[in-house]
Design a protein around this ligand. Structure first.
Ligand code: WQD
Length: 335
């Protein structure tokens, strides 16, 4: 059974990917410092999969810890999720973001080269596109100046991967550019666990519906979009998890020193107000929201062209926006 190291594997996307890896015959090995996740997620994963998942607590930038993992396990690949990802915080604490997000990837790359671990799937983001001039965005769409230090760390990480692969270290790499991850495992046992006040839309929707937040503010409805609110490509986290499994399978067929990048989105744009409407329809819960001022730095509209991942990886989304709202609400109710 192929062992795959998942950095940040107790986190939102990492934990759902751990489930899909097990369902596809891999053995996930998690490394997580629990700075933005909870150790109890490991128990939930055991309930879902029936398997106890090995987890090393610590910083994935700690090379001595990585070496210990490689001593204990014959790894065939790494999925690197661990990173700070709060857009707003990154503008207040840029150096914290550059140090953490860049140094951890550098440590992972050197670790893989030295231990001859072949396959790396890197968690990138559609934020590298900024506000695209042409929609939907393809992987060939020029990356723009990032709207935040967080977004820039993703761009720089992609550049580091390209340059590292060019130096022929003997690894095979795919960067997955996530659009907006939403939803939760259908069992309701794992989901998004924002620490403190959520930054992202859907946790704010579900916490408002649950009465944890008094009301949701829609950041602007005077944009050039169908209903004036921003457009995003909301992708169910289970579909996103499946894309990682398909990326590993694809790498298995490739020669060494391979690099490629794929958009992972539904290929469909929905507005913020459509998300709210869908949530209310699916849950029969009336959402208390108001229209507020625009949020600085917001991209007005973006959604993915998914032709490349469809044709090359054979990956297609299975879940709809309604499924995402149903699963997010099911998860929130269980918290
Ligand atoms: C989505 C839309 C908001 C909250 C960021 C990162 C991206 C990824 C996902 C990490 C926007 C609107 C939000 C609220 C609102 N993060 N909104 N009221 O900004 O598209 O992407 O998070 O990988 O890299 O850039 O996501 O969920 O913050 O916002 O109206 O209370 O919802 O204005 O239009 P975003 P988001």
């Amino acid at each position: 059974m192929k062992k795959i190291l998942i950095t940040g594997g107790a986190g939102y996307i990492g934990s759902h990917t751990a489930v899909e890896l097990i369902n596809s015959g891999f053995e996930p090995i998690i490394i997580d410092d629990f700075s933005n996740s909870q150790e109890s997620v490991l128990d939930r994963l055991e309930e879902i999969t029936g398997r106890k998942i090995t987890c090393y607590q610590g910083d994935c930038a700690d090379r001595s810890l990585l070496d210990q993992v490689a001593k204990d396990h014959q790894l065939s690949g790494v999925i690197h999720f661990a990173a700070f990802k709060a857009v707003g915080e990154s503008t207040e604490l840029p150096l914290k973001y550059y140090r953490n997000n860049l140094v951890s990837l550098i440590e992972i790359m050197e670790f893989m080269r030295d231990h001859k671990i072949q396959d790396l799937v890197f968690s990138s983001s559609c934020t590298v596109y900024g506000q695209p001039d042409i929609l939907p965005v393809t992987e060939a769409t020029p990356r723009k100046d990032a709207e935040s230090p967080y977004g820039n760390t993703k761009k720089v990480c992609e550049d580091m991967l390209v340059d590292f692969v060019k130096s022929k270290p003997g690894i095979r790499v795919i960067s997955l550019r996530y659009f907006n991850p939403v939803g939760a495992h259908p069992s309701g046992k794992i989901g998004e666990l924002p620490q403190g006040k959520p930054n992202n839309l859907v946790p704010f929707v579900t916490q408002t519906a649950a009465g944890i937040r008094e009301k949701l503010t829609v950041f602007g409805d005077d944009y050039d979009t169908p209903d004036g609110s921003c457009v995003r490509d909301f992708i169910h986290v289970m579909d996103l998890a499946d894309a990682h499994v398909k990326a590993l399978a694809y790498l298995d067929e490739k020669q060494n020193n391979f690099y490629d990048v794929f958009n992972v989105g539904t290929g469909k744009g929905d507005t913020v107000l459509q998300v709210i409407k869908t949530f209310e329809e699916v849950t029969n819960v009336k959402l208390n929201y108001e229209i507020g001022p625009r949020r600085p730095g917001d991209v007005v509209k973006i959604w993915a062209d998914t032709k490349k991942i469809n044709e090359v990886l054979g990956w297609y989304p299975k879940y709809s926006l309604a499924d995402s709202m149903r699963d997010s609400w099911n998860w929130q109710k269980g918290l």
